[in-house]
Write a protein that binds this ligand. Structure first.
Ligand SMILES: Cc1ncc(COP(=O)(O)O)c(C=O)c1O
Length: 415
């Protein structure tokens, strides 16, 4: 049974609003579709940051995915959800010592290093832990895919990875590392890409770069990692990623790798986040009141950018709908939340059946960079619930901390 509007209403009644609702049947379909498109030659390592719900992680682990973690906290989440260390990779700029220590102790498959100091610290931590660590260099090449909205950065200077000159220096002097073996490369330079041709061309360039660096510096290449970047449409004028075209492009990439003696054994990794989870999530709010101000209609809802900051952070409204279309005349509406700032607008203007108090308004594509990419402390409203739907069943996934519990954790030492 698919997730219907009446199930969304039932979830709102049972668990209250605002809430995040994830459709695990749809998640399963997306995983299977992407696994089929990528083919057996590619490892899919789910980017935990997109949605670190333990229920999501364990579901994906159960379907054979690996995972990419960006911190000690994400590592703990992935391990609790059942991912074994050998199915984990890690990338993240500005990793602190605690992050690196945790990654070294767990003995994950590969740590992608993003800078020279990080490499030195990793080496000394590995020495202290008496371990040999396999690392990949994250490379920021001079080429890349231009992003529609800056998330990772596209081509050019950015905080991520080594430029080619600095990578060359590290590779030349790598014998000085006592406990880190560099045996892989990662390039992730653009996010939310909807053009399958650009994604596979980019992957081909990454393969050529890995081959070039491997030859020039005599590096054994155990992994080539293409990061994330598989996009989803947020607005009506965007089309979904063409998985058939992606599949054909990736088959070309796999053939190129197979034909290259130095790369033939390399594990090829994609780290999809958004593509898998964004479309399976709804952020469901309730209309508390409506008003008209200087000719503009507003629906004031019980949720806001404290739970879903992405629309204002990136200037990308998520498609919104009144749950169970009440069949009223459609009017232009701005949808705004309870925070005392004009930034708290979940949608600046969209056409909706004229909303009324008590209606539910659901925001689509909320499964990625939603619940966690938010600022729930601002104005001390209660946190949103997280609920899962699977084969006719609705289940609570998380008991959000109550505001009173967060207050309990504070002290007032200065009278
Ligand atoms: C290293 C890394 N891998 C994968 C991802 C996931 O990207 P996406 O959600 O675009 O698939 C990110 C996102 O920022 C990332 O930083």
């Amino acid at each position: 049974m698919a997730l219907t509007e009446s199930i969304v209403k039932e979830a709102a009644e049972r668990f209250g609003t605002p809430l995040y609702l994830y459709d695990f049947d749809a998640l399963e379909e997306r995983v299977e579709a992407l696994q089929a498109a990528a083919g057996p030659r590619f490892t899919l390592a789910y980017a935990v940051k997109a949605n670190p719900s333990l229920a999501v992680l364990s579901f994906l682990e159960g379907r054979g995915l690996s995972a990419d973690v960006a911190s000690a906290g994400e590592l703990e989440a992935a391990r609790r959800a059942g991912f074994p260390p050998h199915k984990l990779v890690s990338t993240g700029p500005s990793k602190c010592d605690r992050d690196l220590e945790a990654l070294v102790r767990e003995g994950i498959l590969q740590i992608h290093v993003e800078g020279s100091d990080e490499l030195q610290v990793l080496d000394s931590i590995a020495a202290r832990e008496k371990k040999i660590v396999t690392a990949g260099l994250r490379i920021n090449p001079p080429w890349g895919i231009a992003e529609k909205r800056t998330i990772i950065g596209g081509p050019g200077a950015k905080k991520f990875g080594f430029d080619l000159e600095s990578a060359a220096l590290e590779l030349e002097s790598r014998d000085e590392l006592g406990h880190v073996v560099i045996e892989g490369f990662q390039v992730f330079n653009a996010s939310n890409v909807l053009d399958a041709g650009l994604l596979s061309e980019n992957a081909e360039h990454v393969v050529e770069l890995a081959a070039e660096l491997s030859e020039r510096f005599d590096v054994f290449v155990a992994t080539i990692d293409f990061g994330g970047g598989l996009g989803v449409p947020y607005s009506d004028d965007e089309s979904p990623l063409d998985l058939a075209a992606l599949s054909a492009g990736l088959a070309r990439v796999a053939r190129r790798v197979a034909s290259h003696a130095r790369l033939a054994e390399a594990r090829l990794i994609f780290e999809p986040g958004r593509f898998l989870v964004a479309p399976v999530g709804l952020y469901v709010t309730k209309v508390l009141g409506t008003k008209r101000c200087m000719g503009m209609n507003y629906a004031l809802v019980d949720g806001g950018i404290h739970h879903m900051v992405r629309p204002v952070l990136l200037g990308t409204p998520h498609r919104a709908r009144v749950v169970g279309d009440p069949g009223r005349e459609r009017v232009p509406v701005g949808i705004a939340g309870p925070l005392c700032t004009s930034l708290d607008v979940l949608h600046p203007e969209t056409l909706l059946p004229e909303p009324r108090r008590g209606d539910l308004i659901a925001f689509e594509n909320a499964g990625a960079y939603g619940y966690t990419e938010s600022m729930p402390l601002f104005l001390s409203h209660e946190w949103a619930a997280e609920v899962g739907y699977r084969q006719g069943r609705l289940e609570s996934l998380r008991r959000p901390p109550r505001v009173s519990e967060i207050l309990d954790a504070q002290r007032m030492p200065f009278d």
